[in-house]
Design a protein around this ligand. Structure first.
Ligand code: NAD
Ligand code: DAU
Length: 353
């Protein structure tokens, strides 16, 4: 088979990466999709078991911190494009161990850029697309939205590492002429999200009758987007976005953490046929996250106007579908929350008290 593109998707066994791969595999049978993933605690090949038999899918175990393993994948699969999602992605882990974030998110990204730069001959034939986060813009007050022109102001080790990798991607565009695209997205939710992030953690804890830890006063605000809509936006930007440009992605869907947790509780009570308020009783206010950003909110008008993208479903629908998926996939949760994860969380709970 001669492929029209052979795309290296890094971090494809993770939450967002698996949704991106699922979309590309089925929509573009002429593309070979190479899932390049180290399989850290956050990567799980089970996330792709519905599509891993497809002819245009290949899994390649590799580490973006190891330039040789990237080069081998480029050579073996004649990589034409990169969609780069591999990262350490959890803010709390970046607070307890920043160096891992520097190594994976910054050094790993530069390793990938170097291999792309030296392997590709005519840069205009190839795209290096970096998936990033709205957290690079810092924290908002009560008013305003993050725009593509908002100055960078990262405040956690995670966002500082993502800001740095964004800058490196732009630097390789300006200095060497690599064709690059970037997007900065708000908080994603949906199926296959590792249950250390707010929404799946709360669902998991309700199901296990464990406390629901809400940081600080619970009034921090996040702007939530269904992961499938993020994958659709990535597809759109990869194909139709402009060289060297950045696109913000978000659904104008702001929630305080406490209101969101209460909504999850009430949906679960209904779906599990439990008395109203039984899950809410598990809510426990705990010590705040260090340097906790107060509010994120995205202005997505550029991607809406230029590329015609907008979220395909409402938050009510997306949240309900998401809860249904976790209820139907308790084996997945059991699997990913065994071993290293369990030890890490035990320690977190003990430290928070
Ligand atoms: P995730 O933690 O679920 O998955 C990360 C994946 O990267 C895992 O499969 C892991 O095995 C892999 N990985 C980690 N280190 C690696 C290495 N050294 N080499 C190869 N693979 C490695 O993350 P996610 O939530 O799916 O986020 C994906 C990307 O999207 C990240 O770059 C993140 O910064 C960005 N992002 C996430 C969100 C969100 O809400 N989750 C929002 C905006 C942007
Ligand atoms: O904004 C995009 C970012 O969203 C991504 O770049 C990150 O990879 C992703 O992890 C996410 O970061 P957040 O820190 O916003 O997500 P998290 O799910 O960890 O937390 C969401 C909010 O909920 C945040 O204000 C902290 C709070 N929280 C979180 C957890 C895990 C709690 O109150 N209790 C919790 O137990």
């Amino acid at each position: 088979m001669s492929w029209t593109k052979s795309i290296l998707v890094t971090g494809g066994a993770g939450f967002i990466g698996s949704h991106v791969i699922r979309r590309l595999i089925s929509k573009y049978p002429n593309y070979r999709i190479v899932n390049f993933d180290k399989l850290t605690y956050a990567g799980n090949l089970e996330n792709l078991k519905d599509i891993d038999h497809m002819d245009n899918y290949v899994f390649c175990k590799g580490d973006i911190c190891d330039p040789t393993s990237i080069q081998d994948a480029f050579n073996k699969y004649e990589i034409t494009d990169v969609i780069h999602l591999a990262a350490e992605s959890h803010v709390d882990r970046s607070i307890s161990g920043p160096m891992e974030f520097v190594i994976t998110n910054v050094v790993g990204t530069v390793n990938l850029l170097n291999v792309a730069k030296s392997s590709w001959k005519v840069y205009s034939n190839h795209i290096f697309y970096h998936i990033s986060t709205d957290e690079v813009y810092g924290s908002l007050g009560e008013e305003g939205l993050f725009e593509e022109t908002t100055p960078y102001d990262p405040r956690s080790p995670y966002s500082a590492s993502k800001a740095s990798s964004d800058h490196f991607v732009r630097a390789y565009h300006h200095t060497y002429g690599l064709q690059v695209k970037l997007s900065n997205c708000s908080n994603n939710y949906g199926s296959h999200q590792f249950p250390e992030k707010l929404i799946p953690l709360m669902i998991h804890n309700v199901l296990n009758n464990k406390e629901l830890p809400v940081y600080g006063d619970g009034k921090n605000i996040r702007d939530w987007l269904w992961v499938v809509d993020h994958a659709i936006a990535i597809d759109e930007i990869f194909h139709n976005g402009k060289n060297g440009e950045t696109y913000n992605i978000g659904g104008l869907n702001e929630w305080t953490n406490i209101e969101l947790v209460k909504t999850i509780c009430s949906l679960l009570d209904k779906k599990l046929d439990r008395p109203a308020d039984s899950s809410e009783k598990l809510i426990t206010y705990v010590k705040d996250r260090a340097g906790h950003d107060r509010r994120y909110a995205i202005d997505a008008s550029k991607i809406e106007n230029d590329l015609g993208w907008k979220p395909s479903i409402t938050f009510e629908e997306g949240l309900s579908k998401t809860i249904d998926w976790y209820l139907a996939n308790s084996a997945w949760i059991e699997n990913v929350t065994s071993g290293e994860y369990r030890n890490y969380y035990q320690q977190q709970y003990e430290e928070r008290g």
